[in-house]
Ligand binder design. Structure first.
Ligand code: LER
Ligand code: MN
Length: 309
């Protein structure tokens, strides 16, 4: 708790040199302008890589869901982190021979890192490390984490010292993640869920200050609807640190398209294209209608808007 920003940066700069040899370094350390993929260099259009959380596709079993996803050309799967270590074999087997990879792992840890209680912080760190190790085995781009939901109290005060402490904790988690070939991903949420971290640029500035190849951030279109003044600006501000994107309809957090005209992602997609973003856009949403109809329609809508962007 006593680490000040200057000392923190000194400590992490030397840490970053060590970590730069890790698996994440080459893909994440370049600047946005240098971050062009091979596809972009050869002028091929940038692919929209869609991913689903486990509840999105219809189906009784994981294999039925993955069959449905495969038919739609969805190439990412985002399981929850709860109990992930016990599911590594199941998920590996289900993905074997398919053109679907684990995109990211959504939370599932216990405790929270900004708790005033050291035992609850330790619970967060320990359970995160267990999930991170499993995420590494599954080849995930990262494990999503929110520093503190509004409901998680008592919480450390929203001060500079707490920010430094957060950076210190994420530096430890990120180093562990990079050693396992993956990352930890800060997710900003809207003010009703997480007042502490609301905007993509703020998450990206934490990543910049931590300066660890295993610490990245993401944007969730649902939360961005309420917190950002520009989807494009938000994504561009994240630059090299942007590791994942969530998508939902923009009024009810339902399937994209179910909120009609409001479901416009073109401005954000333009930002992603400017970055040469080659990671996943993953569905995290509810559904009003029949999934067999509404899910393919949502995929079609996003592909059309990606083309237009
Ligand atoms: C919560 O609203 C959310 O967006 C999740 O992705 C948090 O992990
Ligand atoms: Mn989300």
């Amino acid at each position: 708790m006593t680490l000040n920003r200057r000392n923190f940066l000194k400590a992490t700069l030397s840490g970053a040199v060590v970590a730069a040899g890790g698996a994440m370094a080459s893909s994440c350390a370049s600047k946005p302008s240098e971050a062009k993929t091979e596809e972009q260099k050869s002028e091929k259009p940038l692919e929209l890589k869609l991913s689903f959380q486990e509840g999105i596709a219809p189906g009784e079993s994981l294999n039925e869901k993955l069959d449905f996803m495969e038919k739609l050309g969805v190439v990412g799967f985002e399981p929850g982190g709860g109990g992930l270590a016990g599911r590594v074999n199941e998920i590996k087997q289900a993905l074997n021979g398919r053109n679907i990879k684990v995109s990211a792992i959504c939370a599932g840890f216990k405790g929270f890192i900004l708790s005033t209680d050291p035992a609850i912080r330790k619970q967060c760190m320990d359970t995160m490390k267990e999930i991170i190790a499993a995420a590494g085995e599954l080849g995930s781009t990262g494990v999503i984490i929110v520093p503190a939901f509004n409901s998680q109290v008592p919480v450390l005060p929203h001060t500079m010292e707490t920010r430094d402490f957060l950076c210190e904790q994420f530096n430890e988690m990120g180093t562990f993640a990079a050693e396992h070939g993956t990352s930890v991903i800060f997710e900003p949420l809207n003010r009703k869920e997480c007042f502490y971290l609301r905007q993509v640029a703020d998450a990206a500035s934490l990543c910049r200050d931590i300066n660890n190849p295993g610490v990245r951030c993401m944007g969730d279109f649902w939360h961005m609807t309420w917190e950002e003044t520009s989807d494009m600006g938000a994504f561009i501000s994240a630059g090299e640190y942007l590791q994942h994107v969530h998508v939902a309809s923009r009024k009810r957090r339902s399937m994209p398209g179910e909120d009609g005209e409001a479901d416009n992602y073109i401005n954000g997609f333009k930002g992603l294209k400017m970055l040469g973003y080659d990671k996943y856009v993953s569905f995290e949403c509810g559904c009003q209608g029949d999934r067999n109809v509404v899910v393919p329609a949502a995929v079609k809508l996003l592909r059309e808007q990606w083309e237009q962007a």
